[in-house]
Design a protein around this ligand. Structure first.
Ligand code: S3P
Length: 170
């Protein structure tokens, strides 16, 4: 099986995913990084030069290429679950885990690292903006089989919580 981490920007998918894969001795894939290395452009450059729709298409293709892999942890970008086709690529044998954080915590985390490099929040970054995006996304994130509340947890604790919930043995 695979573990797919979904959730908002700043919810810690990449950091937790890397630690989780290490503990399980599984492969780790970060969808945004795959797209960036394939395109030789950053996500921001892709948004600026090609637009969001083109990025969503690249995201879809990158994810579809991972279908058929087993024993891997995949950290998706925050918008991936909004695309119906991506749920097909997640696959029936995958555990989809939503890393669920409050808008306040997301705002704080992104303020310290990340708001400048994320195209959807780099121009207008406010708590209201995070609320708005989360509000639009929640219905998609709720499709996950598992939800892990991450407020107040560090990445290690988040990973332990995921492992207890699934449950997984390293
Ligand atoms: C996006 C989240 C980003 C990245 C892109 C779009 C989104 O990934 O895919 O900027 O739509 O929420 P992270 O969730 O890893 O920041």
């Amino acid at each position: 099986m695979n573990i797919i981490l979904i959730g908002m920007m700043g919810s810690g998918k990449s950091t937790a995913g890397r630690i989780l894969a290490e503990k399980l001795k599984w492969k780790f894939y970060d969808l945004d990084s795959i797209i960036e290395s394939e395109q030789k452009m950053t996500v921001t450059e892709i948004f600026n030069q090609k637009g969001e729709a083109a990025f969503r298409e690249l995201e879809k293709q990158a994810l579809a290429k991972l279908t058929g892999q087993t024993n891997c942890v995949i950290a998706t970008g925050g918008g991936a679950p909004t695309q119906d086709e991506n749920w097909k690529s997640f696959g029936e044998k995958s555990a989809v885990v939503w890393l669920k954080s409050s808008p306040q915590v997301l705002f704080q985390r992104l303020e310290h690292s990340g708001n400048k490099t994320r195209p959807l929040i780099k121009d207008v970054f406010s708590l209201e903006k995070i609320f708005k995006i989360l509000n639009e996304r929640e219905m998609f994130y709720q499709r996950a089989q598992f939800a892990v509340e991450t407020d107040g947890l560090n990445p290690e604790e988040t990973v332990e919580k995921i492992m207890r919930l699934l449950p997984l043995n390293p």
